[in-house]
Ligand binder design. Structure first.
Ligand code: SIN
Length: 305
């Protein structure tokens, strides 16, 4: 099952050498599949769940996508699901689906760094590789949410976009990828981490009623005014993109204490690309990115009602 949501993989430009000035989310998912000759003859179905540039991803699209993924994954005749997506927020959607569904079959997100009209289009190969993982990944023990880009298989908990323009723009942080697609063959390096999913029931509420969780940054010259303004505006949760292994500017820290006192949930992640937050007292480590932590706080608050 291939679910389309838009992105550069479905983007078009005026000329084949245009890799930056293009419109994302122009082609339907059937067109993307038709552009990959080796997919012809496979038992594939397509469904267009959304058509957007993923920088504009919404909770409403997430809710619908999770419902459609769950629907198709429950079908006996479906081995796995592929989601075509934009690269910008792919890691957030992957983590959201992981935390909500943690499916027992492969659920594979893919994307492209070049539009479909580019002479360097990477979408067709990425889509073919993603279908290969969706069809055959379970035989290697790969179950759950993954992302397949540039012949590399990433787990949803680890995948992140690390480059704005290169074709090989994703990595899996310190954990490394779970495997690769080498000329059509799957190479397994390790398991796909799983989790206890929160389930569709937790996200069933109208998205207009979902809690508000925002990300703020700790940085040189920071004041606590952004935090104070968000609290005054009714925010429910705050994630701080902290420096180093979890340090927060004293002014921001003071504002966070004020926020906590008003009942706002506060969580600390690191703005570093590599390395976890480390609790100095317990030595516990937490490798979640600020965006992952925002999703966890959101789901926690949704579950709490
Ligand atoms: C998007 O995220 O939808 C646009 C950028 C991309 O897919 O590379």
């Amino acid at each position: 099952m291939i679910l389309g949501t838009g992105g550069t993989i479905a983007g078009t430009a005026a000329s084949a050498d245009e890799a930056v000035g293009y419109q994302a989310a122009q082609l339907g998912v059937e067109r993307l599949v038709a552009a990959v000759p080796p997919l012809a003859g496979l038992a594939l179905e397509c469904e267009q769940v959304a058509q957007l540039n993923s920088k504009d991803m919404t909770h409403a699209v997430w809710q619908r996508l999770a419902q459609r993924c769950a629907h198709h994954l429950a079908r006996d005749d479906v081995a796995g699901v592929v989601v075509t997506h934009g690269t910008d927020t792919l890691e957030e959607t992957a983590y959201f689906l992981h935390r909500v569904l943690a499916p027992a079959k492969p659920l594979v997100l893919t994307a492209a760094m070049r539009p479909a009209t580019s002479m360097q289009a990477d979408g067709p190969q990425n889509l073919l590789d993603a279908v290969t993982v969706a069809r055959h990944g379970a035989a290697l023990g790969w179950r759950g949410v993954m992302a397949v880009l540039a012949a590399t298989v990433h787990a949803a908990v680890d995948v992140r976009k690390v480059h704005g323009w290169r074709l090989d723009a994703f990595d899996s942080g310190d954990a490394g990828p779970v495997g690769a697609v080498v000329a059509g063959a799957l190479q397994r390096l390790r398991d796909v981490p799983t989790c206890a999913p929160v389930g569709l029931g937790a996200i069933a509420r109208d998205v207009g009623q979902w809690p508000r969780v925002e990300v703020v940054a700790s940085h040189a010259g920071a004041s606590g005014r952004v935090v104070d303004a968000l609290v005054a505006d009714g925010v429910d949760g705050l994630v701080v993109a902290a420096t180093g292994f979890g340090d927060v500017h004293a002014e921001v820290l003071a504002a966070l204490e004020r926020a906590r006192a008003r009942g706002v949930a506060v969580a600390i992640a690191t703005r570093c690309a590599y390395g976890p937050v480390i609790d100095a007292a317990t030595r516990a480590v937490d490798a979640r990115t600020p965006w992952q932590m925002r999703i966890d706080l959101l789901l926690e608050r949704l579950r709490a009602g």
